[in-house]
Design a protein around this ligand. Structure first.
Ligand code: ATP
Length: 302
């Protein structure tokens, strides 16, 4: 049996994020369309002789203690399956933090998938998603990835047809990290649910239809239908992010939007050449920029 496994764990963006209700448990009912992108951390899991979970990361800002989502994922499977022994989890971090790109969630999903394979647990994707849901709202999506409609708190998943060649420019203001909880709490405390900005009730159905339509015109249609309710709290608080989005929209892109609770803003480009031009136009010392394509999986062999 193998004693180590190396996996890639992909970031996600939100093509759509609508808050539809405040839930009594403090969470929110959401309609989201999530898309895996080719901006990945690498997660190496190695069996060790002592009965412990050791997390290492090349980025000193990532906590390597029991608050790390990768640690929590490993601890959950260790508690549930006595056969799962000690392990070292080494994370090569490329996905920026506090970015709305679900980097921590992607790491946790990779650990669930990796442990299942290393210890031959034989779990189905649906069982892995049940464990993932106990750890965080975005983690079930990160187990499978691709293009997905997520409802409930984000854990009820319906796969959509794969967007295979979506070209994206991902922009992260280096100095701005946003806590997801702050964004949702502010949305709630400002009572923004009562003043929806969505003019067309069928907006989410329209973007789902645009994705399903496939073909060459799909990116153009999707670009026009991007939406994120959390922009309503984040952009006024962080004018730099609003400015970055405007700068992207001034370029020849098919649409631009903040991802999740930010601070990442992305643009859809017609092709790779155009994406490179957009990237050059917005890249500064203060803004990290990646040109990436959509992925059909979130966790895969490194
Ligand atoms: P989301 O889109 O889910 O809100 P995010 O992209 O905003 O996520 P993450 O990279 O997931 O942000 O990290 C958010 C916080 O989670 C970090 O500030 C960090 O303290 C903590 N964290 C726990 N585990 C990890 C991990 N494996 N990688 C990165 N951050 C982690």
């Amino acid at each position: 049996m193998n004693s180590r496994i190396s996996l890639k764990a992909a970031a996600k963006i939100n093509l759509y994020l609508e808050i539809t209700a405040n839930r009594p448990d403090g969470y929110h009912d959401l309609v989201m369309i999530l898309q895996s992108i080719d901006l990945c951390d690498r997660v190496d899991i190695r069996k060790i002789d002592i009965d412990a979970i050791q997390v290492l990361c090349n980025n000193p800002e990532v906590p390597c203690d029991l608050t790390n989502l990768a640690y929590k994922a490993a601890a959950l499977l260790q508690e549930t399956f006595p056969s799962v022994g000690g392990m070292e989890i080494a994370i090569d971090k490329r996905i920026p933090m506090g970015a709305g790109l679900a980097g921590g969630s992607a790491n946790a999903a990779a650990v669930l998938v990796g442990i299942d394979r290393l210890w031959d647990l034989g779990l189905t994707e649906s069982q892995l998603c049940d464990f993932a849901a106990q750890l965080g709202s975005d983690i079930p999506f990160c187990v499978g990835g691709g293009t997905t409609l997520a409802t409930g708190r984000g854990e009820i998943l319906s796969p959509l047809p794969d967007l295979t060649d979506l070209v994206l420019v991902i922009c992260k203001p280096r100095q701005i990290a946003i806590a997801t909880a702050w964004a949702y709490q502010t949305f709630r405390s400002q009572g923004l649910l009562a003043t929806s900005q969505i003019r067309d009730e069928n907006l989410s159905s329209q973007i789902v239809a645009a994705i399903a339509s496939g073909g060459e015109s799909a990116p153009t249609k999707i670009g026009r239908l991007l939406y994120n309710d959390l922009e309503r709290v984040v952009l006024p608080e962080y004018p730099e992010i609003a400015e970055l989005k405007n700068k992207l929209l001034e370029q020849e892109c098919l649409g631009a939007m903040m991802s999740g609770s930010g601070s990442t803003v992305f643009a859809i480009a017609a092709d790779l050449d155009r994406a490179q031009q957009i990237a050059e136009a917005v890249r500064t010392d203060a803004i990290d920029v990646w040109v990436v394509k959509s992925l059909t999986r979130s966790v895969f062999d490194a």
